[in-house]
Design a binder for this molecule. Structure first.
Ligand code: FE2
Ligand code: FE2
Length: 214
């Protein structure tokens, strides 16, 4: 049943179910194969391998946040067409989540222990953005995706040149995030005030720095 036909209570149950799947289960994606599939595993020394694994842990946590932001907004967004658009983007974020998780396993790294915390915080932020109204909510998506793309650029610069698998994943994610940003702007997203943009940067810095270690 489309999300738009559900009562608020139903939507809460759906959100809770999505949260559990995102954190502990196998979330449903759009069905795309990982861009890393079929590429050869690079020779990495132990320090490189650990660093790349930790970068991918940050990206995995980032996708947990993305999922929570979209789910939070989908739960409160007013226009049902908007809700559906966000559900579509959330499916694509699930692809990213699955690709990063697979890489973590291949690199022998665990997920961040703080993911439930990131999920809860991001869900609340997303729900608040949804309540602020569609133009703000879409503006929030556009700004988030823009910041994520910049952060992925930084990771691309940090990858060892021979690491084609992680490069392929991050490049495809970057492309998708840019598209999510332009869709949100085309749908009427408004530019957020500078203090909010700076606050978002500070929050994501906290998440990325912590997830590198924990
Ligand atoms: Fe993503
Ligand atoms: Fe995205």
């Amino acid at each position: 049943m489309p999300l738009s036909h559900l009562t608020p209570a139903d939507r809460l149950v759906v959100s809770f179910d999505n949260a559990l799947r995102t954190l502990f289960g196998k979330p449903r994606g759009s069905g795309r194969a990982s861009p890393a599939a079929g590429l050869e595993e690079a020779e990495l020394n132990p320090a490189q391998r650990r660093h790349v694994g930790r970068l991918m842990r940050i990206n995995h946590s980032g996708e947990v946040c993305a999922q929570a932001l979209y789910q939070g907004q989908a739960a409160t967004a007013r226009r049902s067409r908007l809700r559906q658009g966000m559900a579509q983007a959330a499916l694509e974020e699930n692809d990213h989540l699955a690709w990063c998780e697979r890489r973590l396993q291949e690199l022998d790294q665990r997920k961040s222990l703080l993911n439930p915390l990131w999920f809860a915080g991001s869900f609340a932020l997303g729900a608040a953005a949804g309540l602020a109204g569609d133009r703000w909510s879409l503006g929030f998506v556009a700004e988030t995706e823009k910041q994520v793309s910049a952060h992925l650029d930084d990771h691309l610069r940090q990858l060892p040149p021979q690491d084609r698998k992680d490069r392929a994943i991050i490049q495809q994610m970057r492309e998708d995030e840019m598209q999510h940003a332009s869709h949100a702007l085309e749908a009427g997203g408004t530019k957020l005030p500078l203090p909010i943009r700076l606050g978002m940067k500070a929050a994501s810095r906290l998440m990325t720095r912590t997830s590198y270690h924990v």
